[in-house]
Design a protein around this ligand. Structure first.
Ligand SMILES: [Zn+2]
Ligand SMILES: [Zn+2]
Length: 188
């Protein structure tokens, strides 16, 4: 028998740990879990993410299947970030679905799959955090924008272009002319 890889201790009171002890190990048995949980740290990408301790809203269903427990449902969370073009703050909500199978310890599934393919129960406990993290991070935009057509910043003065008049321009001298203008013909 393969040794259990994920032997780190799970705290049943942790809000992202699901306890299945009330769920009969009979295929088809179900339990609904609705709870809110504080977001773990670093739930997101460089420019956008769920702030630490922000409220995650979990609406999940735990279902016994022959080799384990299928967790499915939705997670909603507030998102904060920065527009990749104009750097203005962004405030949004992410709403993702989760569907993840957790195999019983010592089941055939555990012995024939890798831990990153199929999750594992640890006793009666499920660590929801890795699946939740994947789902939320995948749902976040790689290039967050304050709005689809954000024009970004003026490359010369750094002011958002949509706060500037349409004819905003800087005294631009074409570098080729600038070079020429140094070649002053001496006036005599
Ligand atoms: Zn923007
Ligand atoms: Zn400018």
């Amino acid at each position: 028998m393969m040794p259990n890889q994920s032997s780190q201790h799970l705290n049943p009171r942790s809000p992202l740990v699901l306890d299945t002890k009330d769920l009969p190990r009979r295929p088809g048995a179900m339990r609904a879990v609705e709870r809110s949980a504080p977001a773990p740290a670093d739930l997101g990408l460089a420019l956008v993410g769920v702030p630490r301790d922000a409220e995650l809203d979990l609406k999940l269903r735990l279902e016994s299947v022959s080799e384990g427990v299928l967790v499915s449902g939705r997670v909603t969370a507030p998102v904060r970030g920065e527009c990749g073009r104009c750097l203005r703050p962004i405030s949004d909500t992410v709403d993702v679905s989760i569907q993840e199978l957790y195999a019983y310890e010592h089941s055939a599934t555990v012995e024939t799959t890798d831990e990153d393919e199929v999750g594992r129960l640890q006793g009666d406990l499920i660590d929801l955090e890795p699946a939740l993290r994947n789902a939320v991070v995948l749902a976040l935009p790689n290039h967050p924008l304050c709005r689809e057509d954000c024009p970004g910043l003026c490359p010369r003065c750094g002011v958002p272009l949509d706060e500037l008049p349409g004819d905003h321009r800087h005294e631009q001298v074409d570098p080729r002319w600038a070079a020429l203008s140094k070649l002053k013909i001496p006036e005599e």
